[in-house]
Design a protein around this ligand. Structure first.
Ligand SMILES: [Zn+2]
Ligand SMILES: [Zn+2]
Length: 333
């Protein structure tokens, strides 16, 4: 636990493997006049729950002192413990309305979504022989979440106050359709969730629940965030950092580089998103990796990320697509 500024505490809770996102996710506890606001929660594992409880105890608060949990997005590492904490503390949960819509299909009745994702990967060119392993990579995440419906539905533009801090809710879609960030204009702090991380570029994928053009949603949201006068950024992974505007420039650069690689890849022949994903480099922020070395989970994310870039290029009028025998191909125009 680290006190970032007076009254705002970074709480790192463990992920199951050190290889995933440096092995931890951040929650932030914010002191209020009587009780505490918690932003994100960590995964639903005993290790993460015990770690959160212990770090709260270090600042003399118990889980029952949390009055509100604001969830930046409903990925398991951010939302996993929300239901369990609500049961203990009676805390009210707040999420964006587009995240609320995903809770049931992701964590309660998952079969329909799993089928949709398989057919989405298939029509985007994932070969039948690797389809089962890419599908299996998303099964099992539900155990990391105690689902609970939010009481407070956010749209962006609201203010969340606890007497000592007032956060503006900013809708920052892209990584997840209803991702939100929180900005405290008096203290000049930005809580960025997975929208902006100091060295990792967050995954932006196009899939059955992402919306039609998540990459443009993401870049547009970055442009809005760039106008803020934030002195320090509190991200969902890694550590708080300064230099928001230059980090945003790096993220723009990253996505325009990826778009050029994709354009090059289809210059001479039309290809499926999966074939393109298999030909361009990945994990650039971690030294680069080839398709064959990616885990099944990362292969799935790579295909979805390739589709997000392809659709953004198509909207720009730089490429076209067609389907043949039920498979989608992209081509330069
Ligand atoms: Zn996430
Ligand atoms: Zn995350």
């Amino acid at each position: 636990m680290t006190e970032i500024i007076p009254g705002v505490y970074q709480i790192k809770t463990p992920l199951p493997s050190k290889d995933i996102l440096f092995g931890y996710v951040n929650a932030y506890a914010v002191r209020g006049e009587s009780r505490y606001l918690l932003i994100d929660t960590g995964l639903n594992t005993e290790e993460a729950f015990n770690s959160l409880e212990k770090q709260l105890a270090d600042i003399d608060i118990g889980t029952e002192d949390i009055s509100q949990i604001v969830v930046t997005h409903i990925h398991p590492d951010h939302y996993g413990l929300a239901g369990r904490l609500k049961q203990i503390s009676g805390a009210k949960i707040a999420t964006h309305h587009l995240e609320k819509k995903l809770i049931d299909s992701r964590y309660v009745h998952m079969d329909a979504l799993l089928r949709q994702v398989v057919s989405w990967l298939h029509i985007n060119g994932v070969p039948d022989e690797i389809l089962p392993e890419l599908q299996a990579a998303s099964v099992g995440m539900a155990k990391f979440v105690v689902p609970a419906m939010p009481e407070t539905i956010l749209y962006g533009g609201e203010t969340i106050s606890n007497g000592l801090f007032s956060f503006e809710v900013l809708w920052t879609a892209g990584h997840s359709p209803g991702h939100i960030s929180l900005y405290e204009p008096n203290k000049k702090i930005l809580i960025s969730g997975d929208h902006i991380l100091p060295t990792i570029t967050p995954n932006i994928g196009l899939h059955p629940q992402s919306g039609d053009n998540p990459l443009d949603d993401y870049l547009n949201a970055l442009n809005e965030i760039k106008k803020l006068d934030a002195k320090i950024v509190l991200p969902g992974h890694e550590n708080p950092f300064t230099g928001l505007k230059s980090r945003i420039d790096e993220l723009f650069q990253h996505h325009s580089q990826r778009k050029s690689e994709i354009l090059n890849s289809i210059r001479s022949e039309h290809k499926t998103a999966c074939r393109i994903a298999a030909e361009i480099p990945w994990m650039l922020d971690m030294g680069g990796a080839k398709w064959k070395d990616l885990t099944p989970r990362d292969k799935r994310l790579a295909v979805l990320e390739a589709i997000a870039h392809l659709e953004s290029l198509r909207v720009e009028g730089k490429i076209g697509k067609f389907s043949s025998d039920g498979i989608i191909y992209y081509q330069s125009i």
